[in-house]
Design a protein around this ligand. Sequence first.
Ligand code: CP
Ligand code: NVA
Length: 303
Amino acid sequence: MSVRHFLSLHDLNGDELRRIISRASELKAIQHRGDRHTPLPGKTLGMIFEKSSTRTRVSFEVGMAQLGGHALFLSPRDTQLGRGEPIEDTARVLSRMVDAVMIRTFAHTTLERFAAHSRVPVINGLSDDIHPCQLLADLQTYQEHRGDIRGRTVAWIGDGNNMCHSWINAAAQLDFKLRVACPEGYDPDARFVEAAAGHVEIVRDRLAAATDADLITTDVWASMGQEDEQAKRAAAFADYQVDATLMAKASKDAVFMHCLPAHRGEEVSAEVIDGPQSVVWDEAENRLHAQKALLEFLLDAYR
Ligand code: CP
Ligand code: NVA
């Protein structure tokens, strides 16, 4: 059987995606009851981080421990990757030792090159293009708070970045409508928009995007790797804050999500992220449960 990778949400079909999201809620209940569930004894996950992380690192490491396995943090600074060993050779070597590999990197092609030479599943822990693990948690969070997302309206406010691209992928796969409000010049990549035709609409007015929406979400204005553009982006996105005025336009039981880390007073006001409609802490916790469900699935350990 060929190895399954998770470089994008599109590596799963809609049914598999739904199954993993529901399984994540089951694993959460098991964990909250204090029961042990260890289907991955002796299994190891290698984790390559070329960018910083709090949630992704901790959730994968703790997730593997809870499943009975082990995770290994690999920084390019301390491995031969940082001294120029080719990604293909690293893939050949690591995949003879570990059972799965998670990579957080810049160019998405790094993940593809690694996966092409890996004998074991490769998981995208964020690339410049997409952040599919975050979407597993976000979709789980919506389902737990409000039920099926099919047919709902999600408003993405801000940069057409890796998180926005992942929401676009999810809209096509789970059949909901996504309104993206972004300033000109910061649109999501047309490749993603075209592939999700009929599910995505780009607008310039943040309030129009939010009107009657069931879920409002945003992300930082300058992603990792764009630190030099911080000031320019702060000016471009000045009219794109998620604040109480915007939330008032949304459906009255709309929830607010943010993948975190957040910048209060920039992309979101403190009043919203710390307010009653915000589900960001559940969303962050669900990274753990959703990734455990993903690991079970990819390592064929669902039982
Ligand atoms: N949301 C997210 O991926 O957080 P980290 O960058 O802390 O992993
Ligand atoms: N768009 C952000 C997400 C961080 C989790 C980034 O890439 O930095």
